[in-house]
Write a protein that binds this ligand. Structure first.
Ligand code: GLY
Length: 666
């Protein structure tokens, strides 16, 4: 499905919508896709426009925030004119009270006296005059008259209204599953409604960006609540007329009597919900700062996820993909930075202009190969060979980078191409250390054995960190299609219980042959058809049969998993010729599963063009499993790099290594 658009914004929060509007105003055709416009972090934000109160220490970020704050009045007026709606913009100033000993806190960032915009110190008496009712422990505070606020939920509505008014193609209910790449370009965005295509793409998915690209954006949870000024009081005069930005808490009064209190800052992944501790902490800090609110009615509790980056700077600008631009990772300042980000992205995409201020936010600062090249490799990579340029080939650097490219299975992306198992280990600890050493991201678990607490499987499921590892439940032990279907459903429940709500993967094993443990092709195809209908991502374990592999692909399997030789046999890749045919014909990932005994065989599978290998026995039963796991991980990378590099053809006769006529220096 094409979008008929020049540009597709992936993510419909404040950044996605602001960018789309700016691009549209400059003449581009734009589509925005979003899971739910209401669920973006924008709705959780307090809406403070607070570069000064936030005491941003990084010079470029501070300047960018100031720039954005100064764009606000005109930007809001433009949006409100387009829609006739109010965004609740209120340049009310922010007061930052401090307690005894806390004055130095505000010096931690840029010195407010040095900053160009004004900042005034108010002593105990002056601050109480300016804002009556502050807690008795307040000894003074900074007044930032140019900071302010906007009602973030109202702003989200205004942005949506403006986008509609301008004819932007808004697609709601769209879950993006993967960003497909081909030779350094995005070729499509895979979604629950099918692939979407455009000329260029902007990733504006906030805290969820990392699910689509290997960029270091992670969620920092913030819990919040609101209280309401009693009606009688509000009718006369709002007791709070400016934002209070106190130590570890802020109180944001809206003009309609609602008062927003925020926010915790938690490293809690995407754990939803408000907690008693979170709300208790917020309330006690807010009451200490402004005691009168202890009697006001609590109106609402909520939470959101800030998109944090390791250096707390956003990712704005080009990516490794030529036609993909990033505008994400705005951490605590998404609402504030929306107009400046929109302008910067539009300048870049429409006019090829880039403010040098944005250099600090260049997303490519995090682009590193996962395996740093050795010094010898580095010198080989950088050795100039002007006499024999090979522009038509990929450079060694790009190939090394491609080792790091994500690879998708059913829309979920992974970087490691080694999958491991969880059975046969001597101890749970050895399993944990081996999984870590293998650097794998997918571990398969035998649903039946875990559920029955079979020997060696007691407590196994709990022993793996499912926040980091994607579970691949398998149907080992099932002899018929019916059994496998039942166990697959149990596996889905098991993944849910262990925190992987959206995990619909199943490694399908239908094995009736007790001696060689060879999979039953007919039962496997039958079970696969049914499981695909039930919404599973099916990864079927099969003999290396190219025709069966094609049938399984046609019924909608997510991968095929041909065996190298019988399970646990360590006989290596006996089926190389057929695996080569499967790889050649498959449009889905090929996982070589079973039979690998040593790293050279793992490398061989990858050299054949397999997308992944799955190894269990060869690691678990090695004398030193963690060390073997590490060796396998290295072999998988070596094999992959060799595949990308292009092997020499096999020849009948010899070809001298030191020919009389060579290429170098010719
Ligand atoms: N901008 C305030 C916060 O992220 O809590």
């Amino acid at each position: 499905m094409t979008t008929q658009s020049d540009i597709l914004a992936i993510g419909g929060g404040i950044i996605g919508l602001s960018v789309a509007i700016e691009l549209k105003l400059r003449g581009a055709n734009v589509t925005v896709c979003s899971r739910s416009f209401q669920e973006a972090a924008t709705h959780a934000a307090a809406g403070m426009l607070a570069p000064q109160a936030e005491a941003i220490a990084h010079r470029a970020l501070f300047d960018f925030c100031l720039q954005s704050r100064s764009l606000y009045p005109e930007w809001i007026a433009k949006l409100e004119n387009l829609t006739g709606l109010s965004a609740g913009y209120w340049p009310c100033g922010i007061l930052a009270p401090v307690y005894e000993g806390g004055i130095g806190d505000r010096d931690a960032g840029l010195d407010p006296n040095d900053a160009e915009p004004p900042a005034y110190w108010l002593d105990r008496d002056a601050i109480q005059l300016h804002q009556p009712g502050l807690g008795p422990e307040v000894v003074g505070g900074w007044w930032y008259p140019e900071d302010g606020q906007v009602d973030s939920r109202a702003l989200a509505q205004v942005l949506l209204g403006a986008a509609r008014e301008l004819g932007i193609d808004l697609r709601e209910g769209v879950t993006v599953e993967a960003i497909a790449q081909d030779r350094g370009r995005v070729s499509a965005v895979y979604t629950n409604i099918g692939p979407l295509r455009a000329d260029r793409y902007v990733l504006t998915a906030g805290a969820w960006s990392n699910a689509l690209l290997p960029i270091p954006v992670s969620p920092t949870k913030g819990q919040m609540l609101s209280v309401r000024v009693p009606q009688a009081e509000a009718a006369q005069h709002l007791p709070l007329q400016r934002v209070l930005f106190g130590p570890q808490t802020y109180i944001v009064p809206r003009r309609n009597g609602k008062v927003v209190i925020g926010a915790t800052s938690e490293d809690a992944a995407f754990t939803p919900g408000n907690t008693p501790e979170g709300i208790h902490t917020l309330l006690s800090r807010a009451i200490r700062l402004y005691p009168a609110l202890k009697d006001w009615a609590i109106e609402e509790l909520w939470w959101g996820f800030r998109p944090a980056t390791p250096d707390e700077l956003p990712l704005i600008g080009p990516s490794r993909c030529e036609n993909l631009t990033l505008a994400t990772g705005h951490y605590r300042n998404g609402v504030l930075l929306a107009p400046a980000t929109a302008r910067a992205i539009a300048d870049y995409l429409c006019d090829d202009r880039r403010d040098p201020l944005l250099d600090a936010f260049d997303p490519r600062r995090f682009d590193l190969p996962s395996t740093p090249p050795s010094p010898a490799m580095t010198s080989a990579l950088t050795y100039p060979s002007p006499r024999s340029p090979r522009p038509e080939r990929e450079t060694a650097e790009t190939l090394l980078h491609r080792l790091d490219d994500p690879v998708a299975i059913a829309g979920k992306t992974f970087r490691s191409r080694l999958m491991t198992g969880s059975g046969k280990y001597r101890t749970v600890e050895e399993m944990q250390r081996s999984i870590a050493a293998s650097r794998c991201e997918i571990v398969t678990v035998a649903v039946r054995r875990v559920q029955n607490n079979a020997p060696g499987h007691e407590g196994l499921a709990e022993a793996i960190d499912w926040q980091k590892i994607w579970m691949l439940p398998n149907t080992a032990g099932c002899q018929t299609a019916e059994e496998a279907i039942r166990v697959a459903r149990l596996g889905r429940e098991m993944a849910k219980i262990l925190g992987q709500e959206d995990n619909n993967f199943v490694k399908l094993e239908v094995i009736a042959d007790p001696k060689y443990l060879l999979p039953d092709p007919i039962g496997t195809l039958k079970a696969a058809e049914q499981l695909v209908k039930e919404g599973f991502a099916v990864l079927p374990y099969i003999n290396a049969d190219p025709i069966l592999a094609k049938h399984l692909e046609e019924v909608g399997c997510a991968t095929v998993m041909p065996l190298g030789s019988p399970i646990g046999s360590g006989q290596g890749i006996e089926t190389a010729a057929n695996i080569r045919i499967i790889v050649e014909n498959a449009k889905i990932p090929v996982v070589v599963d079973a039979g690998i005994g040593v790293p050279s065989e793992a490398a061989q599978a990858m050299e054949l063009g397999a997308d992944f290998v799955l190894i269990n026995s060869a690691i678990a039963l090695a004398k030193n499993p963690p060390a073997m796991a590490c060796a396998m991980a290295n072999a998988v990378e070596a094999g992959r790099l060799a595949y990308l590099s292009g092997r020499i053809p096999v020849q009948g006769g010899a070809s001298a290594s030191s020919p009389l006529t060579g290429r170098v220096g010719q």
